[in-house]
Ligand binder design. Structure first.
Ligand code: ATP
Ligand code: MG
Length: 225
């Protein structure tokens, strides 16, 4: 019997993470018998400019908050800790290196699946993971031009939610309750995200613990003794 674990990989900007992402991941986890789904917030996405995207640490922490209660969900920092723009080929290579014995399933919405052939090193992606394209309201799900044996199309419960719409709602003072998890609403309010207003909340970066290897001990020279 195979002991290879089946690992889902859900990449995204997650600015912010919303219930459309969570429902898609949960549905695919159950239908494909995945042991785990790893959410991977992008570093700087190559499709979006810096100005458009919130700092990676905020997006990472919102993803952690949103997934914390599900024992099958985890979050990886591979993309946000790698300098430069995020390409899916690098995400999959890094995860493959971390999990050499596991089978990877990359979960992606209909909009992103349609773009996949234009991604960097698209033809190499198929060797690293099986792709699961999920339905998304407003987008047509098709595997035209993609290798049949490496891509599966999957219908998931329709959630007409997008991060773009959530950001616009916050900017306009409209509620995002029930579109994103409660903890994410509170996080957005705490850090005044998407309002363009300065905020009194403490910065997130200093909270990160960095492991720094101890400096080598100075060897006393003869003259010091
Ligand atoms: P933005 O509007 O900022 O682009 P988004 O809502 O599209 O945000 P992303 O972080 O870009 O969210 O998406 C990450 C992945 O989740 C993509 O593969 C996307 O297709 C998928 N996805 C996003 N929203 C949904 C949804 N409502 N239903 C199914 N899949 C979704
Ligand atoms: Mg998107």
């Amino acid at each position: 019997m195979s002991t290879r674990r089946r690992i889902g990989v859900m990449g995204g900007t997650f600015d912010p993470i919303h219930h459309g992402h969570l429902v898609a991941a949960s549905e695919v986890q159950a239908l494909f018998g995945l042991d785990q789904v790893i959410f991977v917030p992008t570093g700087q996405p190559w499709q979006k400019s810096h100005a458009e995207v919130s700092p990676a640490e905020h997006r990472y922490l919102m993803t952690v908050i949103a997934t914390a209660s599900n024992p099958r969900f985890t979050v990886s920092r591979v993309d946000i800790d790698r300098p430069g723009p995020t390409y899916t080929i690098d995400t999959l290579r890094d995860l493959r290196a971390e999990l050499p014995d596991d089978e990877l399933f990359f979960i992606t919405g209909a909009d992103a699946l349609a773009d996949i052939l234009g991604w960097k090193d698209a033809d190499l992606l198929w060797e690293l993971a099986h792709f699961i394209g999920v339905t998304r309201p407003g987008h047509h799900l098709s595997d035209k031009g993609l290798p049949e044996d490496r891509v599966t199309l999957q219908e998931v419960p329709a959630m007409a939610i997008s991060s773009t719409d959530c950001r616009a709602r916050v900017a306009d003072g409209e509620p995002v309750w029930y579109l994103v998890p409660d903890g994410v609403v509170q996080y957005i309010n705490k850090y005044c995200l998407y309002t363009g207003r300065p905020c009194g909340a403490p910065p997130v970066d200093p909270l990160r613990v960095r492991v720094i290897s101890p400096a080598p001990k100075a060897v006393p020279s003869q003259g010091d003794q």
